[in-house]
Design a protein around this ligand. Structure first.
Ligand SMILES: NC(=O)c1ccc[n+]([C@@H]2O[C@H](COP(=O)([O-])OP(=O)(O)OC[C@H]3O[C@@H](n4cnc5c(N)ncnc54)[C@H](OP(=O)(O)O)[C@@H]3O)[C@@H](O)[C@H]2O)c1
Length: 248
């Protein structure tokens, strides 16, 4: 499907995992892609090559979304490279899996700095550019745990609940020019989830009506829909991409 021809998209945390899949899907839909990364320039450049092989233009941009000045510099570099921003996907995220009793102040602060503060500053900066142009679409990445809560990663779950809430508030503030939506994926085997046990995987799969794990491409497909005009009358919403896990 080619729904984003001529659009400019910025995807945070796109050097690997779900962010990489989102970048490639938006490129297949016709968008030029700015690929943000924190540390892994090599992998970010590799994703750029994959985008260019599909056809659209790509640029890799280092920025730490925890720092507002770093975010502002990144947004300026997207505008410098491509002239504007039509689509922002706030995908960068971290999780520290640990019991409530072991949750440290450092991990709590870092979780909220990346997953909430970073998403807020990136959205606000991109919205200024979108509002000065033809408008746009913001898609945030939350998690099923933003609905369910998870005692094994409480800070992470709370941060993703905040993402779902920010999505609603920003949709009210930025309409009609800008739509703001969210995708909440289930367990997806990526670097972030490298620590999970076979037992966790078995329990997740058997508790999922569609009887498999999520893939990065499942989330990317929902993001592409929300970024496109097919979702022209949808804002403030969160799509759970969890194979029905949360129904039980
Ligand atoms: N995997 C799952 O099961 C799952 C489930 C639900 C939701 N999610 C959400 O989906 C998103 C992507 O997850 P993933 O599994 O693909 O993660 P991942 O494989 O760990 O990749 C994380 C990405 O975020 C970037 N990043 C981390 N901190 C950053 C910062 N301060 N500034 C800019 N970029 C930063 C990393 O950049 P570098 O490579 O340069 O370090 C990397 O590109 C996250 O928001 C996560 O919470 C994941």
């Amino acid at each position: 499907m080619i729904r984003l021809k001529g659009k400019i998209a910025l995807v945070t945390g796109a050097s690997r995992g779900i962010g990489r899949a989102i970048a490639l899907r938006l490129a297949k839909e016709g968008a030029d892609i700015a690929i943000n990364f924190l540390t892994d320039q090599h992998r970010a450049e590799a994703v750029c090559q994959e985008v260019r092989a599909i056809g659209p233009r790509a640029v890799a941009l280092q920025a730490d979304v925890r720092r507002e000045q770093s975010v502002l510099d990144m947004i300026q570099r997207v505008v410098h490279s491509f002239g504007r921003i039509d689509v922002l996907v706030n995908n960068a995220g971290v999780e520290y899996e640990e019991p409530i009793e072991a949750t440290s102040e450092e991990h709590w602060d870092d979780t909220f700095a990346v997953n909430v503060k970073g998403l807020f500053f990136t959205s606000r900066a991109a919205a200024r550019i979108m509002a000065g142009g033809k408008g746009g679409a913001i898609v945030n990445i939350a998690s099923r745990f933003g609905f369910l809560g998870d005692p094994h990663s409480l800070a992470y779950s709370a941060s993703k609940a905040a993402v779902i809430n920010i999505t609603k508030a920003m949709a009210k503030r930025y309409g009609p020019a800008i739509r703001v939506n969210c995708v909440a994926p289930a367990y997806t085997p990526t670097d972030m989830m490298a620590h999970v046990t076979k037992e966790y995987q078995r329990a997740t799969q058997s508790g999922t009506p569609l009887n498999r794990f999520a893939t990065p491409e499942d989330t990317a497909a929902a993001v592409a829909f929300l970024a496109s005009d097919d979702a022209a009358f949808t804002t403030g919403q969160t799509i759970l991409v969890d194979g029905g896990y949360s129904l039980k």
